[in-house]
Design a protein around this ligand. Structure first.
Ligand SMILES: Nc1ncnc2c1ncn2[C@@H]1O[C@H](COP(=O)(O)OP(=O)(O)O)[C@@H](O)[C@H]1O
Ligand SMILES: [Mg+2]
Length: 253
């Protein structure tokens, strides 16, 4: 048995807000192999983004562990964390919120390259996501939604991650652009051996990109398996509802 690149176990996170307690993660476990895409689907509020943020070390769970690439990931601190956290990167739904609005695309890409001491330049990064070097002089507001998401992917690549978490990264794009970005994401995985956690409420997008799918509801993974099996034979009421919401999956898949 080969050891997974990433293995999460027993992750639990409860938020307390305005006197209410929300169990956003309850005993969540999953694995991710090198070069694999795990799709994470579930209704709004099921805990998908919380899980993504725990992986990114943006929030701390109350319980659980993540073993990643030989590290006890949630125990990394200080210098070791700074040196290694670029190994997991994230691409969000709205790239505008993740970029300094006044910076050029070139400077937004140069910063992480500098921090990590990598010599490959901005132009090479842009080329890897199918953009021309001339885009470096533009502002993030000046390019299309699809180009923006390519820039966000380029920035994620800058630290040479082995895992990229996509959190609703194609959800705001229209269908043709979404298809192009999904193709780019798949091509990058092929050429660079990246592993992905691909988070979306949109089963149709997840189905084309994921090798396996995990289904979340109310903080728990209620179902997990190879994409084709899971989509053609949903077991949980959560996944049955998601399948029913995608017209072309309803019959025969
Ligand atoms: N910072 C927070 N404070 C309080 N509650 C939160 C916070 N972040 C998420 N939640 C709650 O946790 C649950 C899961 O949220 P989230 O992980 O964003 O779900 P999803 O990404 O699947 O839509 C929701 O009920 C949400 O309201
Ligand atoms: Mg979310």
């Amino acid at each position: 048995m080969d050891v997974p690149l990433l293995a999460a176990k027993g992750l639990s996170k409860t938020f307390a807000s305005r006197g209410r307690r929300v169990a956003a993660l309850q005993d969540v476990a999953f694995t991710l192999k090198r070069g694999e895409t795990l799709g994470l689907v579930g209704p709004s509020g099921s805990g998908k983004s919380t899980l993504a943020r725990v992986l990114m070390r943006l929030i701390e769970p109350q319980a659980g562990s993540i073993h990643f690439n030989g590290d006890d990931w949630l125990k990394l601190e200080g210098r070791a964390l700074r040196e290694r956290r670029g190994a997991i990167q994230m691409v969000f739904q709205d790239p505008l919120s993740a970029f300094n609005p006044r910076a050029t695309i070139g400077s937004a890409l140069a910063a992480p390259l500098r921090v990590h001491g990598f010599a490959d330049g901005v132009a090479e990064l842009l080329a890897r996501v199918g953009l021309t070097a001339s885009l470096a002089e533009r502002g993030i507001h000046e390019v299309s939604g699809g180009q923006r998401q390519r820039v966000a992917i380029a920035r994620a690549l800058a630290t040479r991650p082995s895992v990229i978490v996509f959190d609703e990264a194609v959800s705001a794009l229209d269908a043709s652009v979404r298809g192009q970005i999904l193709q780019l994401i798949a091509d990058l995985q092929q050429s660079e051996g990246l592993a992905y956690l691909f988070v979306s409420h949109d089963l149709a997008a997840v189905r084309v990109i994921a090798h396996r799918i995990a289904v979340m509801d109310q903080g728990r993974i209620v179902e997990c398996g190879p994409t084709q099996d899971v989509v053609s034979n949903p077991q949980s009421s959560t996944l049955k509802a998601l399948v029913a919401a995608v017209p072309r999956l309803r019959k025969g898949g």
